[in-house]
Design a protein around this ligand. Sequence first.
Ligand code: IPM
Ligand code: MN
Length: 360
Amino acid sequence: MSPKPYSIATLGGDGTGPEVVAQAVKVLHAVAAKFNLKFTLTPLDYNGDRYLKTGVTLTDEELEGLKKFDSILLGAIGHTDIKPGIVEKGILLKIRFGLDQYVNLRPVKLYPNVDTPLKHKTAKDIDYVVIRENSGGLYTGSGGVSMKGTTHEVAVQNMIYTWHQVERCVRFAFEYTRQRKAAGYPGKLTLCGKSNVLNYVFDLWERAMKEVGKDFPDIQTDYVHVDAMCIYMIDCPEKFDVIVTENLFGDIITDLAAITQGGLGVSPGGNINPQGVSMFEPIGGTAPAFTGLNQINPLAAIGSASLMLAHLGEKTAAAAVDQAIANTILTMKSMAAGQMGMSTTEVGDRVASEINLIKI
Ligand code: IPM
Ligand code: MN
């Protein structure tokens, strides 16, 4: 019987985005053949180039249209010829918020044979997941400016959280930690906050952790201030299993985490709405210096496709992609763009052929 196709929107986006998404698509084709799956792919040009031509970022109708897909695969958004913020807010954040993708899932895993700047740390020490709240905090746009251009100018940007937002994110984090525990991980969830200063917001987070935690007596919990977190992620990353945090803290610590796992070239991510349409995208940006050179590392995009497969329930296929990435890494010189010892397309080819070789 032929399988029901998954309908996937592919948004290459800007810079090197289209190049890395093309490799992820190549890998999805290999996965489809190997695991008898079917993907109907719809490429969409919501990006900076289109904005420069038409003045349109993403219309409300286009946002609505995205709701009919099973999932979205995105490269990167951001354009060197466009003032920062326009396409980021008008496309990327409009999708994250509009589709209520309230969890940003960012696994931090050092694969064997990948260089980390952390001396004395190896693959066994760096294997945790950051769950970044993705719908609130400082990203809501709440605030404003008055008396602009004068010495009395006032600029306000509010960190906003509702109980509802925090509760659902924390619940997702507990459930995710429980699933990992079933796979052999310690079953520990760490809240990363700043309760010594931002006492209103993180008091809410801490109470939500306690309240939701009652449903998860099997999960151990812990609290770390975000500044200390930056020390521990470098000094003792093995301390972590799953970290849950607010939006901007999550943005910042996942860039730090990315460099410990070999850089943005290998750092995947997913914007998840467990009840709706999710979008998978590498953490790294558009890498304008490498655009069109066939030198960018596509593994973060391919890893994001693996997260997408896991989210769609195709766990075996997701694990196969992960294994194929690990095998491919063994043949690469470096994870850095331009230094891989292979081109972007060669890395994609290699992952695809590793998938064909995997025994199931
Ligand atoms: C990320 C990016 C985005 C963010 C930008 C491009 C809006 O840095 O995905 O981490 O801040 O979330
Ligand atoms: Mn970021």
